[in-house]
Write a protein that binds this ligand. Structure first.
Ligand code: ZN
Length: 446
């Protein structure tokens, strides 16, 4: 394989994708879908484009193989907004400077869409004999609101296009360092989402006559209480596997501290003592429990009127095994009985098993590409499109894996959703090679 040529080709696809502004809202992913479909057609595919709503385009393609269960390479083409004045190079320019492609989506996740597209083209060019269908899907609407126009819509309306028990998508492959060892995360689980409004009611009146039943004060008391409490710990299989993965090869003290993180009695102390960076520890703390972040407030409309109602919005995230009901039961004593709770959006936590042929293939291929590192199953605080798939198809194993090498202190991954998002072309090629090998090994006729 001429990987130098592949590098130039996949870089070109990424640049073109970045130049199509798919900021969501409104998305306008149809343009990206049509561009991708054009590339696939040139390679002899018969891509299908569907629109879940005007402009919300999804594109899928299939390479038929043998009777084993299909593998879906899934990516979203929409991106979050960018503020051009804050960028060194234009966010929708797709410019290449010093080995980096700059632009919104360079890391989340037009890079992986380009890599997965490249994998599909290579499979066809190399005439790889397959024991299973390989499906490609570049879908709309992951980044904003409820995400109703992407893979969930496809499963409801055109299930035959993307139905597969194995899925590779975003959310993993980050290179993390603990002690002198490094690891690639493979996202096998993600926290659930429970977004809610909490509402206080009170005695309305004139601003010149304060009363003790002011809705704003009631709400503020509840919000302040939420800021003070730490919800109880709920460990999970995925988090345990993550910690055990890191523990391998660490010294005795580090091993003890890491394992103590999972012990409710010792967790707080262990998190304080662990010689790891603050962001990593904050993430562990969040992964161990349900969290409730207050993100928006609304009350009153005039300076001289005490409103009868005040509202706060809570972005709740649930540890594996937790439900909407168990979460509310935890919050209730903190915010009080008189606060009304309305759930706006709920999707349950997800845990895929790491004991599958696909996971083992990922480990094996990575072992060859980076023998000093290991792959560890990872739980994520955030969600991917898995949250639209797993509730509809609970048996699906969704893995987040787009391996990126990061030197210690390198900041690339921190630029996701930030200004100056960019991807190194070397990493884009590295991930493309690894994904191609994973697909070949997992899908090849033996
Ligand atoms: Zn994403």
């Amino acid at each position: 394989m001429d990987w130098k040529a592949v590098k130039d080709e996949v870089t070109g696809y990424l640049q073109e994708l970045i130049r199509i502004d798919t900021t969501n809202p409104p998305g306008n992913e149809i343009e990206a879908a049509e561009y991708i479909a054009g590339v696939l057609r040139q390679q002899g595919y018969h891509p299908l484009i569907t629109e879940s709503a005007p402009g919300r385009g999804n594109v899928t393609a299939r390479l038929p193989g043998g009777p084993e269960s299909p593998l879906l390479l899934l990516g979203h083409t929409d991106v979050v907004a960018a503020q051009p004045s804050m960028w060194t190079y234009p966010p929708f320019g797709g410019e290449l400077h010093d080995g980096y492609v700059w632009g919104r989506g360079a890391l989340d996740m037009k890079n992986m869409v380009a890599a997965e597209l490249m994998v599909m083209l290579l499979l066809k060019r190399q005439r790889i004999g397959l024991n299973r269908d390989i499906i490609f899907a570049a879908t709309a609407d992951e980044e904003a609101g409820k995400g109703n126009h992407g893979p969930g819509w496809l499963l409801d309306n055109h299930p035959q296009q993307i139905e597969a028990p194995y899925i590779l998508t975003e959310g993993g492959g980050h290179d993390i360092r603990v002690g002198d060892r490094h690891f690639y995360t493979c996202q096998t689980g993600q926290k659930g989402i429970c977004r809610m409004r909490i509402k206080a009611h009170g005695q309305p009146g004139h601003g010149s006559m304060p009363n003790d039943e002011n809705a704003v004060l009631r709400l503020c008391r509840a919000v302040a209480a939420l800021g003070r409490i730490e919800l109880p710990m709920h460990s999970s299989t995925t988090l345990q596997a993550f910690i055990e993965g890191i523990v391998a090869g660490q010294d005795a003290r580090m091993t003890q501290l890491l394992r103590d993180v999972l012990d409710p009695e010792r967790s707080a102390n262990a998190l304080q003592q662990l010689p790891l960076d603050a962001d990593f520890k904050a993430q562990l703390r969040a992964l161990l429990r349900n969290t409730a972040a207050v993100t928006m407030l609304s009350a009153g409309s005039k300076i001289n009127i005490i409103p009868g109602e005040a509202t706060a919005w809570i972005d709740g995230r649930l540890a594996p095994g937790q439900t909407q009901e168990s979460f509310i039961a935890e919050l209730r004593p903190c915010i009080g009985e008189d606060i009304e709770i309305e759930v706006d959006q709920y999707s349950p936590p997800i845990e895929a098993g790491a004991d599958t042929e696909l996971y083992r293939t990922i480990v094996e291929v990575m072992g060859r590409h980076d023998p000093k590192a290991s792959v560890i199953p990872t739980l994520s605080t955030g969600g991917t499109d898995a949250k639209h798939i797993c509730p509809r198809r609970p048996e699906t194993q969704v893995y987040g894996f787009m391996p990126y090498r990061q030197a210690p202190g390198e900041e690339e991954m921190r630029l996701i959703h930030g200004h100056d998002e960019r991807t190194s072309v070397e990493n884009l090629l590295f991930a493309t090679q690894v994904l191609y090998e994973i697909v070949c090994r997992f899908g090849r006729l033996t």
